[in-house]
Design a protein around this ligand. Structure first.
Ligand code: ADP
Ligand code: MG
Length: 454
């Protein structure tokens, strides 16, 4: 039996005993990579699948394996890190000259110098009535950075493509024969860099670094609210760059005048160039985005299913994407395209208001199970890393899935201040956006939350 046949037999058995959602969650992208002297090595995509398989499924897997081959004594689960994939892929790319996009790892590439992620480009950015103003402004800037509109201020709700647009501009300007020196910074990162450099007396060198760029992009500046020191430093940097004709691009979830607790002088700088909004995509655009994403992911989804998603997810492109991803996981596991009925079932929790399907207890339980902690340790005040992240994630999910208020979450976690909760939610939100791996992990936890009673 080849490794593949052996593992297929195990998977076929396991699949009989657990729910399809659980199966998809824990067994996607697993395979046997080695069998030697009674030890079978199974590669798994992330640390959670590893822990989960080790703790919950190891016995059963071993039992099945031993019915097939009595010499097998032990299983080792090994994470196949994206990094190794890149290496393999790029080696292959060198020999066979496959374009990088086709290998599907473009999303892992964040440039150290610019902080830009090459997955955000204009080639995969769909333009519709909802974003055409912002897009037109971006185009003008690409033609004449620092001249057309300065600053460009893009605002709009969550998941509507602001980061994508900002980074696409950055990517466009930082390539070519005479590239601009671009720096992309999410505002909360900028805040912490500024705070730290004030503490370490290195603010001058930070300032001079920031002032060396040709294009400074700061994402989500609504987080500047109430951060006086940051506002002051940023104000001076802004002026310096502006006077030198360097381009500044900003985004926010609301227009400048609606950002609370920022100084008038900074607000007027924000408003001093072009302010463009992105609103909600209409049905046609949502469908176009879906088609684009299916192309990117190199897959086919029946038109009726795409239309169903486009008709039902209206407010957030990121959710449209995660609906599609859910179908893709199904497709990979079951080796078939989901039928319309199956798709509807799979998308139930995205499309129908999630709060109907979950409650705080379930969220806490899913997170503690996932990280293998006791429920109550999420509420303890320990600052150990192994507790902090799950606790922050719990806060984030109570907010996101159940729309709890920040103070209510604070009370639940032993009387924490609402700003602590907000901070936790921001941190998690950013990590989800920045780390493909973490966002997959959160997705796994969400699946866990919503399938516990399935
Ligand atoms: P925001 O910054 O506004 O919260 P993002 O830029 O992070 O939103 O977009 C969320 C997801 O939706 C990203 O994966 C992005 O690529 C995708 N997306 C948003 N708008 C578009 C669009 N117009 N065309 C293609 N993909 C889009
Ligand atoms: Mg964003």
């Amino acid at each position: 039996m080849t490794h593949q046949e052996l593992w297929q037999t195990v998977l076929a058995q396991i699949q009989l005993n657990i729910s399809p959602a659980n199966f998809a969650t824990w067994f996607t992208n697993t395979k046997i990579v080695c069998q030697e002297e009674g030890t079978v090595t199974v590669s798994v995509p992330n640390s959670f699948a590893k822990e989960w398989l080790e703790q919950k499924y190891n016995k059963e897997i071993l039992k099945i394996l031993r019915t097939l081959d009595l010499s097998i004594k032990e299983i080792i689960y090994q994470i196949e890190l994206p990094a190794t994939k890149i290496k393999e892929n790029s080696r292959r790319a060198e020999t066979q000259e496959l374009p990088a996009e086709q290998l599907g790892f473009a999303e892992l590439e964040t440039d150290k110098e610019t902080n830009l992620n090459s997955k955000y480009s204009f080639q995969n950015y769909i333009i519709g009535p909802f974003n055409e103003l912002a897009y037109a402004a971006a185009e003008a800037i690409i033609k004449e950075p620092g001249k057309a509109y300065n600053p460009l201020f893009i605002y709009g709700g969550v998941g509507l493509g602001k980061t994508h647009l900002l980074q696409a501009v950055g990517n466009e300007l930082s390539k070519g024969s005479s590239p601009y020196k671009v720096k992309y910074i999410p505002s909360d990162k900028l805040i912490s860099v500024i705070v730290n450099s004030i503490r370490n007396n290195s603010i001058e060198s930070l300032k001079s670094d920031l002032r060396k760029v040709d294009v400074l992009i700061v994402d989500d500046v609504q987080f500047f609210a109430g951060k006086e020191k940051t506002q002051e430093e940023f104000f001076h940097t802004f002026n310096d760059l502006y006077q030198k004709g360097k381009q500044i691009i900003l985004s926010s979830d609301r227009p400048p005048k609606a950002i609370p607790a920022i100084t008038e002088r900074l607000k007027s700088r924000f408003e001093g160039g072009m302010v463009a909004d992105v609103s909600l995509p209409d049905y046609e655009t949502r469908l176009a985005i879906l088609k684009q994403k299916t192309l990117e992911k190199n897959t086919e989804v029946p038109p009726k299913v795409l239309e169903y998603i486009a008709a039902n997810i209206q407010k957030n492109v990121r959710e449209i994407e995660s609906a599609l991803n859910r179908l893709l996981i199904f497709q990979k596991i079951n080796n078939k395209v989901p039928s319309f009925e199956e798709a509807k079932k799979l998308l139930r929790t995205i499309i129908v208001s999630p709060s109907k399907f979950t409650n705080p207890t379930r969220i806490i339980q899913a997170i503690s199970e996932f990280y293998d902690l006791e429920d109550k340790s999420l509420f303890c005040s320990s600052r150990k890393k192994e507790f902090v992240k799950p606790r922050q994630l719990a806060m984030y999910l109570l907010r996101k899935e159940l729309s709890f208020s920040f103070p209510a979450i604070g009370r639940k976690f032993g009387g924490k201040d609402h700003t602590t909760v907000m901070h936790a939610c921001q941190l998690i939100n950013r990590e989800i956006q920045e780390s493909e791996r973490f966002s997959q992990e959160v997705d796994l936890i969400l699946q866990k939350i919503y399938i516990m009673d399935a």
